[in-house]
Design a protein around this ligand. Sequence first.
Ligand SMILES: Cc1cc2nc3c(=O)[nH]c(=O)nc-3n(C[C@H](O)[C@H](O)[C@H](O)COP(=O)(O)OP(=O)(O)OC[C@H]3O[C@@H](n4cnc5c(N)ncnc54)[C@H](O)[C@@H]3O)c2cc1C
Length: 448
Amino acid sequence: MSDRRGFLKSSSLALAAGAAGVAAGTSGCATAAAPAVSSGRMADLPKAKGPRLVVVGGGTSGLTIAKYAKKEFPKFDVVLVEKRDMYSSCFTSNLWYAGLITLENLANHSFLDAAVNNHYIYFNATVTGLDRAGKTLATNEGDIKYDYLVIAPGISYDYDKIGVSDIDTKTALRQIYPGGFVSPTEHVTLNRKIREFEGGVFIQTVPSGNYRCLPAPYERACLIASLIKHNKIKGKVVILDANPEVTIKAKGFHAAFDELYKGIIEYKPGVAVKGVDVAKRTIETDFDSYQFNDAAIYPNVRASTLIEQLGLLAPSTKSNQKEANIDTRFYNIIGDTSVYVTGDSRPHPYSKSANTSNTEAHYVAKVLAARAQGKEIAWSTPETICYSVVNAFPMEAISVKAHYVYDAGKDAITGFSPDTKVFDNRDAAKGQATLEWAKGLYRDMFNA
Ligand SMILES: Cc1cc2nc3c(=O)[nH]c(=O)nc-3n(C[C@H](O)[C@H](O)[C@H](O)COP(=O)(O)OP(=O)(O)OC[C@H]3O[C@@H](n4cnc5c(N)ncnc54)[C@H](O)[C@@H]3O)c2cc1C
């Protein structure tokens, strides 16, 4: 059941781990300061009643840190700054497309309730600048002074890495063929497309690099194929994978492709997108052109552009995905122990996934609480638990559970710990466990 060596070999996460191992050595040089942008007024917030911890981003990472930092150190006066006024989760959105859950499952969670339940302030604003010397965060709703700042803004797409540099094509791809890996409105569009798909070729691309949620594009392909099979549609899903092999849970996905979706899923490894002709609905690769009727084009990912905007980028030797220049163990910006970056904007080779961000956030909350009291704590590994539903009728899933190894000598994450396990045999029990896992995560982020 568990093929850890195979997992390590095939997972792009392992490849990323190698690269990061070389490069994650602390440089000791401080990151260039961000331009001191101010909104010109103070935000309309109560006076801080203790050390103010400002958390940017109400996703998996930010919601968990806001809650648990307050629990760990109740003297913290916590403000969560989030630009969205409605929460909707990325994780399990693939299940909605297949009709296995409703949109309410993804979106029926309130930032206001999370804040009231956990004794912090939800401030609905967009971060626009940072003055680290003055410990002031600028937002479109005014400036906020902080003692500690955590920035957890997720990812942005990097279309240039798939050969799409002109702004017209980028805009067309974002709007007509969205990847479905960043915003809820992409999920709504993708849901409509999948429901309206009448036949022909649906292309799902898989980027190279440490992209958000390694198994999710393959899971989505399986669920679209499941609908095609169930509804007897004359169509197929073509997976164009920039990687040489399915990046995670390869055995379980291949079993699903071969046993459930023969003639419906065509898997093409080592096929990187090099350009897209939107008008002709054609994807260009090194050797071939692929015509499609519809598509979900998932470009490479990078850290949220906010990290660059705030002047927090790691040197390219440390991250080729424009991630933040943070200390490997403690997540603070190198040379600045009051500013931290967590979640999918981190340069660590961890899986960019919800369970990883959530468990990492529990640890970072402890780091912040300890440091506010003049102490340090030992590093602890995040936990990646990730279910992938490969069949909708009946609902069956495969899964992985991973931990990581930190090498203090190299100051780097060097790979998976020996207890890492892949559960490649699909079954209904893991299908049900997928739903329970998501419910548990929502409880951990939103409930008291
Ligand atoms: C289709 C899909 C399927 C997935 N499946 C799984 C799965 O099965 N298992 C799993 O573990 N993970 C899964 N994931 C991945 C998971 O959802 C993410 O990796 C995780 O949520 C990342 O958390 P985060 O907090 O780093 O980023 P996010 O959750 O993206 O949160 C970032 C937040 O920052 C806010 N923000 C950004 N910029 C600003 C700004 N300037 N000012 C204020 N706020 C800002 C954003 O609005 C957002 O709310 C899936 C993702 C997708 C898209």
